[in-house]
Design a binder for this molecule. Structure first.
Ligand code: G
Ligand code: G
Ligand code: MN
Ligand code: NA
Length: 253
C-alpha cells in the first residue's frame, strides 16, 4: 500500500474531512469559536489522524495544499453557520512550511473573500513545538496575517522549553495553554500554580488565553480560577462533524 501516493488524490476522492471542536467562554460555558481538525477517511484503514497524516504530507510535498484545503473547507462551513453569531471564530492549525509558503497571507485573504468572512473571524494557530525553525520568517508571515485582521494564536503554550522566548518574539493575539499547565498543581510553600502565573502574564501582555485539554470538572475549575478566558476539551465539548455544529450552537447560545 502506497499511502504517500494515495494521500495526493485523497482530496479529489472526497476522503478528507474536518471535525470541529468548540471553544467556550469559561465564565458561562457558551461557545465562542471552534477549532477545525483534519481527518483522512481512508477506505481501508479507517480514520487517519493528523499525527500520521501530516508527516506523510510533508514528505510528499503536499502539506501546503492540504492546509489550504483545510482553510477553504473550514471557512465554507463557518460561513454556513448562523447560530454562532457574527463574532463566532474559526481556528485553523497551520504547519511551519505552510505558514512560510510564498503568499500564504494573500491566499488566506482570498479564501476569506471567497466565503465573505471578516478576517477577524479567523484564528491561525501555530504550534510552539516547531516555531524555532525560522523565527524571523514566521514573525513576518504572522505580521502580514494580523495586518489583514486575522488573529494569531500560539498553540501548545507551556509544553516546550522555549515558550517564553517565543512569546516575546512572536506577534500573537492568543495563547493556547497546553494541558500540562492545568495538570501541574501549586507546590505548597513554593508559590502559585504555573497556570496562574501564565494566565496573569497573558493578561498583562493583552493576550486572550485558552486552556486546552480540559477533561474533568476539576481541570475546568482550575482554568476558570486562574482567570483563563476560554476553555477547550473533552469535558466541555468533543470534536464533532460539521453537520452537528449548527444544532450544538443553537442549544448552547
Ligand atoms: O485532531 P487531533 O487531536 O488528532 O490533532 C492532533 C494535532 O494535529 C493537533 O496538535 C493539531 O494541531 C494538528 N492538526 C489537526 N488538524 C490539523 C490541520 O488541519 N493542519 C495542521 N497543520 N495540523 C493539524
Ligand atoms: O492543535 P491542538 O493540539 O490543540 O489539537 C487539538 C487536539 O487535542 C485534537 O487532536 C483533539 O482531538 C485533542 N483534544 C481535544 N480535547 C482534548 C482533551 O480534553 N483531552 C485530550 N487528551 N485531547 C484533546
Ligand atoms: Mn490547535
Ligand atoms: Na497541538
Amino acid at each position: 500500500m502506497d499511502l504517500e501516493r494515495e494521500l495526493l488524490g485523497a482530496a479529489d476522492r472526497g476522503e478528507l474531512d474536518l471535525v470541529f471542536q468548540p471553544v467556550v467562554a469559561l465564565r458561562d460555558e457558551r461557545p465562542v469559536g471552534v477549532e477545525a481538525l483534519l481527518r483522512w477517511r481512508h477506505p481501508k484503514m479507517g480514520t487517519v489522524l493528523p499525527a500520521e497524516l501530516l508527516p506523510i504530507a510533508r514528505a510528499v510535498g503536499c502539506a501546503a495544499e492540504l492546509d489550504e484545503w483545510v482553510l477553504d473547507a473550514a471557512c465554507r462551513h463557518l460561513a454556513g453557520w448562523t447560530a454562532g453569531g457574527s463574532d463566532f471564530w474559526l481556528s485553523v492549525n497551520v504547519g511551519p512550511r505552510e505558514l512560510l509558503t510564498a503568499r500564504f497571507p494573500e491566499r488566506v485573504a482570498e479564501i476569506l473573500d471567497r466565503h465573505e468572512l471578516e478576517p477577524e473571524r479567523l484564528v491561525v494557530e501555530v504550534q510552539e513545538t516547531w516555531v524555532a525553525e525560522d523565527v524571523p520568517a514566521i514573525v513576518a508571515s504572522l505580521a502580514a496575517l494580523r495586518k489583514l485582521g486575522v488573529r494569531a494564536a500560539l498553540d501548545d503554550f507551556g509544553a516546550g522549553q522555549a515558550s517564553l522566548s517565543h512569546l516575546r518574539r512572536l506577534p500573537v493575539d492568543m495563547i493556547k495553554l497546553d494541558q500540562v499547565l492545568v495538570n501541574t498543581p501549586p507546590e505548597p510553600g513554593i508559590g502559585p500554580a504555573v497556570i496562574d502565573v501564565v494566565v496573569s502574564l497573558g493578561r498583562r501582555l493583552g493576550l486572550e488565553t485558552v486552556a486546552k485539554g480540559l477533561e474533568t470538572a476539576e481541570q475546568i475549575e482550575r482554568a476558570r480560577q486562574a482567570g483563563c478566558l476560554y476553555g477547550q476539551g473533552f469535558g466541555l465539548a468533543r470534536p464533532a462533524p460539521a453537520e452537528r455544529m449548527e444544532a450544538y450552537l443553537d442549544s448552547h447560545r
